[in-house]
Design a protein around this ligand. Structure first.
Ligand SMILES: [Zn+2]
Length: 215
């Protein structure tokens, strides 16, 4: 489409399908550059990474998994809103850029069965959105060898048991000596990300830094 056509087209598109803030659903101006309203943008800019104790040590995270943010992440994860990956993944950029030199970004993968059902691996897309901006390679390092019950439907004390041995190293992946950022979308007890971290550490990773979008 030619450049002079873009503005009226966007205006019409906005008229029929008004863009809304990803978090609070407030209408956005038709020329909004980011999918967040002014107040949500200010809130996001005020956040700094927090640390959650997990079985593998600690996990850095950014957002509280509650209210509007929870609704947006659930829509991303369970209701086919794959287009949310870019803005959500980009929220991780300041967090990862503060970690010093990182060799590779990877993610806690979903099982093949879940991938077929959902059509995308939500943590992979987050890692790719952040990696594109940071110019850090994003590589699959893990695979989920068996389907597990959804952690969100598993009682707290059974979560570690549910994921034990569920992940292995991806074929052709060599984490030895690497400083790796391991990304997950939501951490609750941290059982899943800890199990993934263990596999990478056992394979000789120099350091694995766990990062999640929300807790
Ligand atoms: Zn908002």
């Amino acid at each position: 489409m030619s450049a002079p056509m873009q503005k009226p087209f966007r205006f019409l598109l906005q008229f029929f399908f008004p863009a809304r803030c990803l978090f609070c659903r407030k209408h956005l101006p038709y020329d909004a550059e980011v999918p967040f309203c002014e107040s949500c943008r200010l809130y996001l800019a005020s956040l700094s990474p927090r640390e959650l104790p997990i079985p593998a040590g600690s996990c850095l995270y950014l957002l509280d998994y509650a209210a509007d943010i929870r609704r947006a992440i659930l829509a991303y994860k369970f209701h086919g809103k794959a287009q949310y990956a870019k803005p959500l993944g980009e929220l991780l950029v300041p967090l990862i850029s503060g970690l010093g030199q990182v060799d590779v970004l990877t993610w806690a993968p979903v099982s093949a069965l879940r991938l077929v059902g959902r059509g995308y691996d939500q943590s992979r897309l987050l890692a790719e959105a952040a990696g594109r901006i940071l110019h850090i390679p994003v590589k699959r390092m893990l695979r989920k060898r068996r389907h597990t019950r959804r952690q969100s439907r598993t009682v707290r004390q059974d979560r570690a048991e549910n994921v034990r041995g569920a992940y292995s190293l991806a074929v052709g992946c060599h984490p030895a000596g690497c400083r790796i950022v391991l990304i997950d979308d939501i951490v609750t007890t941290g059982s899943t990300i800890s199990e993934c971290c263990r596999v990478l550490t056992d394979a000789g990773a120099r350091e694995v830094i766990c990062v999640a979008l929300a807790h």
